[in-house]
Design a protein around this ligand. Sequence first.
Ligand SMILES: C[S@@+](CC[C@H](N)C(=O)[O-])C[C@H]1O[C@@H](n2cnc3c(N)ncnc32)[C@H](O)[C@@H]1O
Length: 207
Amino acid sequence: MGWYSQWVFPWILEAAMRQPRLEPLRRETLAPATGSVLEIGIGTGLNCSHYPLTCRSIASVDSNPALTARASRRAAEAGMTVAHQALSAESLPFEDARFDTVVSTFTLCSIPDLGRALSELHRVLKPGGQVLFLEHGLSPDTAVARWQRRLTPAWRVIGDGCHLDRDAPAELAGAGLAVETLRQCYLPGAPRFAGFLSLGVARRAIG
Ligand SMILES: C[S@@+](CC[C@H](N)C(=O)[O-])C[C@H]1O[C@@H](n2cnc3c(N)ncnc32)[C@H](O)[C@@H]1O
C-alpha cells in the first residue's frame, strides 16, 4: 500500500463520506439486510449505525488496512460485532453460498478488477441471496457522462482508484445478479459528475 492510501486517503475518505445527507440513503439501502451479512469495502465503518437492529453481527473486508481501526471503533459504538479482514474483494476467503446479504456502498467504483470481485460476490451469496448497493456512477445525461469520462483519470488519483464513470447496476446485471429494485437520483448539493446515485437490491438467481 502506498503512502497516499495509508496516510492521506483515510482523512479524505472520512470527510467525503461522513455527510449527513448520505445517512438516510445508507439507512434505506441497509433496511433489507438479513441473515448472514458481508460488507465489502467497509471503509471507516460509516454504515455500522444504519444496520437494522435485527442485524448486529456481520463480516467485512476492505483492501486498505489503514481504515481498520476507525471501522472497528465505529462498529463498537454502534453495538455491532464485525469480523473484519483487510483484504480485497477480488479474492474472498469464504466458502461458496456463505451469505444471505452482501452490502456495497460507494465501493464498486473503486475496486480495481470489478469483474472478478462481482464473480466472487456471486459465488459467496446463497442462491436467492441479495446484494444491497448504494453507488455513485455513470449519469444517463450525455453531457454529465462526457465530463465523468474526462475527469475519471485524475479522479482515480485523488480518490484512490475511484471511477466516476462506472455503471454499477449494469455491472451487477452483467455478473448475473438480477437488479430487482433500483432508485436513481442526483445527490442534492453535490456536483452532478460525482453525485449520480444508484440504490437498490440485486439478487442471485435461485436455480
Ligand atoms: C469510497 S470508499 C467507501 C467506504 C464505505 N463503504 C462507505 O460507504 O463509506 C471505498 C472503499 O472501498 C475500499 N476498496 C477499494 N478497493 C477494494 C477492493 N478491491 N476490495 C475491498 N475493498 C476495496 C477502499 O479501501 C474504501 O474503503
